[in-house]
Design a protein around this ligand. Structure first.
Ligand code: AMP
Ligand code: GLY
Length: 427
């Protein structure tokens, strides 16, 4: 069985790693992959967003399944094009991916479906947007409507900051076309959690909870990043919240999409804020999270391919899933300068030693092979992941792994999952 994984980050290494353990032992291809996926299959020199080149490869090689990792090819319609060639794809079509690709569309769907979310208004005119901000007052949240690599959201503490964020998105176009429209949202407060669900068009099954750490530095300070670490489970998601999240967030959204003639198959990811008034959706993604995937898949105690097949065939049920009781933590090692400009090509030492620490798996993100050496090639370089009986053990093991690894300029947060341990007693 031939499986193509599209993407080249830590999420895709984790997907390929889990797929490689499936009973049917698929032959794996990754486009473009990284130094980690090179050890599990064949890396193809095709970028994840080179849709035409991916379709050309698939037309010739006829993979039995294509798993699409990142949002860009999903929003660009890669699933639609592969399906039109009679190929099986795990990942939503272009219309369904708009839940992530357009925050305006997502908000419209949520409002029509009665999904709890922040109150928002949409603007195409910066003058009107600023007038609205002055009327509403701060704190307030400004969001570029389109894809902005996780950087399009500004939580503003003052009206002046919000006006500056509107100018940056709509006038200076720092996020390109993604900033042509903005959403201005009420500012919610509460702990955050990521809940991902597998969806087969009809049914949806929630995966284990997790929490990302978006800010660059310890104590949730510094600029936003793609995610500096994650843990699963997230203790803030208590037993009583699960049925509420399933019904109010996922079922309502999927019913509304169906009403609009849109079929969703793949992973639907809800970024939630657990407010005093209940869970509210901050954003939808239409794919696995990165780095959430690196802590969810190691806990999954069943094969992945039957789940992907069930999503495609419309035969998904909750009884197909089983979880290890262990906790999982991943700590991202980033290149010096990230999330700003960063250097590439630094040789990474200690990967083998890290992999020998009990419970540790090192997922590669921005790495490549240079002769025999593994070198850095991206901002987020590695996701050092550990299973442990409880979160404290998983944290200790992940950092023991981190401490084996070195590369010039490399750094990480030192407090991943610490908040969960500190608050576990009172949630
Ligand atoms: P997003 O990319 O939409 O997940 O937003 C990035 C981060 O901005 C989230 O993880 C939250 O911390 C914050 N955020 C987004 N929307 C809101 C909101 N309405 N109120 C408060 N914080 C928000
Ligand atoms: N970790 C956030 C995301 O995948 O969008």
């Amino acid at each position: 069985m031939k499986v193509l994984v599209v993407g080249g980050g830590g999420r895709e290494h984790a997907l390929a790693w889990k797929l490689s353990q499936d009973r049917c032992a698929p032959t794996l291809f990754c486009a473009p992959g990284n130094a980690g996926t090179a050890g599990l299959g064949t890396n193809l020199p095709i970028a994840a967003d080179a849709i035409e080149a991916l379709v050309d490869w698939a037309k010739v090689e006829r993979p039995d399944l294509t798993v699409i990792g990142p949002e860009a090819p999903l929003c660009g319609g890669l699933a639609d094009l592969l399906e039109a060639e009679g190929l099986r794809v795990f990942g939503p079509n272009r219309l369904a991916a708009q839940l992530e690709g357009s925050k305006v569309f997502a908000k419209e769907v949520m409002e029509a479906a009665g999904v709890p979310t922040a109150r928002a208004a949409t603007f195409t005119d910066p003058v009107a947007a600023k007038a609205y901000v002055r009327q509403e007052g701060a704190p307030i949240v400004v969001k570029a409507e389109g894809l902005a690599a996780g950087k399009g959201v500004t939580v503003c503490e003052s009206v002046a900051q919000a006006e500056a964020a509107i100018d940056a998105a709509m006038c200076a176009r720092v996020f390109g076309a993604a900033g042509a429209r903005v959403l201005i949202e009420e500012c919610l407060v509460g702990p955050e959690a990521s809940i991902l669900a597998l969806v087969d068009g009809e049914h949806c099954v929630l995966l284990a909870s997790s929490q990302d750490h978006k800010r660059a530095h310890d104590g949730d300070c510094g600029p936003n990043t793609g995610g500096m670490g994650a843990y699963s489970p997230a203790p803030v998601v208590t037993d009583e919240l699960w049925p509420m999240i399933q019904e109010q967030v996922f079922t309502r959204t999927l019913v509304e999409l169906q009403k609009r003639g849109i079929t969703f198959k793949g992973v639907l990811y809800a970024g939630l804020m657990l407010t005093p008034a209940g869970p509210k959706v901050l954003e939808f993604n239409t794919r696995f999270g990165d780095p959430e995937t690196q802590v969810i898949l190691p806990r999954l105690d069943v094969d992945l391919l039957p789940l992907f097949d069930a999503c495609i065939d419309g035969t998904l049920s909750a009884s197909m899933l089983a979880w290890k009781p262990d906790a999982c933590v991943t700590v991202v090692m980033a290149a010096g300068g990230y999330p700003g400009a960063y250097a590439k090509g630094a040789v990474i030492q200690g990967l083998e030693e890290a992999g020998q620490v009990a419970g540790v798996t090192v997922f590669h993100a921005g790495t490549s092979l240079d002769g025999g050496a593994v070198v850095t090639g991206g901002g987020r370089v590695l996701a050092v992941t550990a299973l442990g009986r409880q979160l404290p053990e998983a944290i200790e093991r992940a950092y023991a792994g981190i401490d084996c690894i070195g590369f010039a300029g490399g750094w990480c947060r030192r407090d991943i999952a610490a908040k969960a341990v500190a608050t576990q007693g009172d949630v």
